[in-house]
Design a binder for this molecule. Structure first.
Ligand SMILES: [Zn+2]
Length: 287
């Protein structure tokens, strides 16, 4: 596999789901070996210049409701996971993302708009090969009865099972394989979701200030979506979990050769899994 970037830049703006403020991104082509690098270009009035924030798992300091990365000056960016998934899923290894605001726009809650923009501007193949992280040993992390593990496999595959029965939804599962399945049509359109039973807590704690039925699938206590559009896939919520896993594992900065098996994945577990994987060089090799 070769490295690749965009043929041209694209711009997207919209509301941020957590702070509820307007924000925008300009995604630009980048040289080989750049990786994915964010710049926050809106903090001059706070005494900062153009703050560089590297899209790496060890820059994640908060992964409670979204994935948030920080740099050494304390500049941070929230909700990077969907744009990261779009770039990774479309096999873009190098890009510079200029952000105005403290998070990435939520758009309609999935990675679809980012994928459409990537297709519009086109993908530029580069000369150097892409570095591959080959999993050599199974690594498993748990949180109560939730778990995630990554094991040796000759492709990149995610096998996710989600139990929402307590919320009135049936248990859902997805197997996504990067060679056999299509990221753009099968995973990218899956939207973020929530439950009506959580709305009061979210309001009380000033969370998800930008969330609405335009960017979040909200289920009632019988597991029925309240959005006019209904669901895009029968197992849309499990597919969105796979989207989040792809976006979070993209912070490894490598193309992954391994299989992820998980039960009730979360941003927190996705990040801990990468930290555990990188904790010992016996777990992986870089090709
Ligand atoms: Zn998400």
């Amino acid at each position: 596999m070769h490295q690749s970037t965009l043929k041209d830049s694209f711009f997207i703006e919209g509301v941020g789901v957590h702070r509820g403020k307007n924000c925008s991104v300009t995604v630009r082509p980048a040289d080989e070996d750049t990786g994915i690098v964010f710049f926050r270009s809106d903090r001059e009035n706070e005494g900062f210049k153009n703050e560089k924030i590297i899209a790496s798992y060890n820059k994640v300091e908060n992964a409670t409701m979204c994935t948030q990365i920080f740099n050494e000056n304390g500049a941070s960016l929230k909700t990077i996971e969907h744009i990261m998934a779009a770039l990774y899923g479309m096999k873009i290894s190098n890009a510079i993302i200029e952000v105005r605001g403290e998070e990435i726009p939520i758009l309609e809650g999935s990675a679809l708009k980012f994928v459409e923009k990537i297709r519009e501007v086109g993908i530029q193949k580069q000369l150097k090969p892409r570095k591959i992280l080959k999993v050599l040993k199974k690594v498993k992390v748990t949180d109560g009865d939730k778990f995630e593990e990554i094991e040796p496999f000759d492709d990149f595959e995610i096998n996710a099972k989600c139990d929402f029965e307590a919320k009135g939804l049936k248990t859902d599962s997805v197997i996504f394989n990067f060679s056999k399945n299509n990221f753009a049509s099968e995973i990218a359109p899956a939207r973020t979701f929530g439950f009506i039973s959580e709305v009061e807590y979210i309001k009380k704690h000033n969370l998800a200030l930008g969330a609405s039925l335009k960017n979040t699938v909200v289920y009632n206590d019988k597991g029925i979506p309240l959005n006019d559009e209904g669901l895009r896939f029968e197992n849309e919520s499990a597919k969105h979990k796979v989207l989040d896993i792809i976006g979070d594992l993209a912070l490894s900065q490598y193309w992954i050769q391994g299989r992820v098996n998980c039960f009730c994945p979360s941003h927190k577990l996705n990040n801990i899994l990468l930290r555990m994987l990188f904790a010992s060089t016996e777990n992986y090799e870089i090709l």
